[in-house]
Design a protein around this ligand. Structure first.
Ligand code: ATP
Ligand code: MG
Length: 360
């Protein structure tokens, strides 16, 4: 069932159309992420669901009911933003109980609900402290407690982790997902961080320039990008021009300028249009570098390492194959390849996906 639904939603600010005909569903009880670069319209969508912004066109439905004309205080929503914005001169207990007061909840009921919310975010017993007496991550959990204490129909999260440092951010994303799972609230999460989206979401909606580019489970959008934008926005991808050279029952033979012919399984080429050309996508971590002379599995081409970005257990290599510039992320066995090393770049046909050639 749909927790939230957007039907042909458009939002214009004067001459700028921030959201262009967006048609998406956020399933009841699920964790859905709006992912895309800065300015693509993510916050605008969240603000329209919240009632902070009215759509220029289309409908917004919550639990099947049209809410376009329902004011914000009548929509039962929990909001968490990047800056957790706790009231500094109020205690944690007062901060969390804020929304309850407006809903006419009695003092003793409020105290019970606050206690339960603090248990859920794993910070029991901090009611009487002040925000500055908590760490950034703890304050963000309080902001979450404040959003869920009202038992919202929908939880709206706009880059709630981006103000935290890297380690805490990774810890909190596990925590946040676990909390969402425990209370089962329909959640819409906004981020421009692809690893956050992949790690946390039941479903990802990839956006660019106000439009939805692809909707799917994390492994779906990662492994089967619908277009070049999605392929390059989610992780580092190598994209090669290919032409169809032939086909049999199981595979489609794609001819490339540098790797000869690659027999890509049909199931990996479902996006290929009717035309005889397309674009082959291979993830950087699937491109394998081996020393010349070793056995090549799949198809190979000779190349030269131009630069190395050492990352501990793995290295990102920038490799030149003829006039092609490729990226490979490989585990380091022994020592990383240095710049100038001659290598064989190998591609496993199973690891490829194919897109229609884009009209330039
Ligand atoms: N109140 C407004 N008035 C005019 N233009 C606006 C307004 N709010 C947003 N926009 C424009 O709409 C577009 C989408 O903005 P939005 O804030 O939704 O992007 P975003 O995807 O959340 O980006 P970010 O990742 O940077 O937060 C941008 O071009 C922005 O400049
Ligand atoms: Mg935003």
């Amino acid at each position: 069932m749909a927790g939230v639904e957007l039907k042909n939603v458009v939002k214009s600010f004067g001459a700028v159309t921030a959201v262009k005909d967006v048609d998406v569903t956020f399933d009841e009880g699920s964790f859905t992420t709006l992912l895309g670069p800065s300015g693509c319209g993510k916050t605008t969508i969240l603000r329209m669901v919240a009632g902070l912004e009215a759509p220029t066109g289309g409908d917004i439905l919550v639990a099947g009911k049209r809410v376009n004309d329902v004011p914000i205080h009548k929509r039962n929503l929990g909001l968490v933003f990047q800056n957790y914005a706790l009231f500094p001169h109020r205690t944690i207990g007062q901060n969390i109980a804020f929304g309850l007061k407006y809903r006419g909840v009695s003092k003793s009921d409020a105290a019970t609900k606050v206690k339960r919310a603090l248990d859920i975010v794993r910070l029991p017993g901090v009611e009487d402290r002040y925000p500055t007496q908590l760490s950034g991550g703890q304050q963000q959990r309080i902001a979450l407690a404040r959003a869920i204490v009202i038992e919202p129909d929908v939880l709206l999260l706009d880059e709630p982790l981006s103000a935290l440092d890297a380690n805490l951010r990774e810890e909190m994303r596990v925590e946040l997902k676990a909390i969402q799972h425990r209370i089962g609230v329909t959640s819409i999460f906004v981020t421009h961080d692809q690893s956050e989206a992949l790690a946390m979401s039941d479903k990802i909606i990839v956006m660019s320039d106000g439009k939805v580019q692809q909707v799917g489970a994390p492994e779906e959008v990662y492994n089967n990008p619908a277009n070049e934008f999605v392929a390059s926005f989610l992780g580092a991808s190598n994209i090669l021009d290919v032409t169809v050279a032939g086909s049999d029952q199981d595979s489609i033979a794609l001819s490339t300028a540098h790797f000869g012919t690659i027999p890509v399984p049909r199931s990996r080429a479902t996006n290929l249009g009717d035309g005889s050309s397309g674009r082959l996508v291979v993830r950087a971590e699937k491109l394998q570098l081996v020393v010349p002379g070793s056995k090549v599995t799949g198809v190979g081409a000779k190349g030269t390492v131009e630069a190395v970005d050492y990352q501990g257990q793995i290295a990102r290599y920038f490799v030149k194959v003829g006039d092609l510039q490729l990226q490979a992320m490989n585990m380091i066995e022994g020592r990383p390849f240095g710049a100038g090393t001659e290598v064989t770049v190998q591609i496993n046909p199973q690891d490829c996906s194919v897109l229609p050639a884009e009209v330039k």
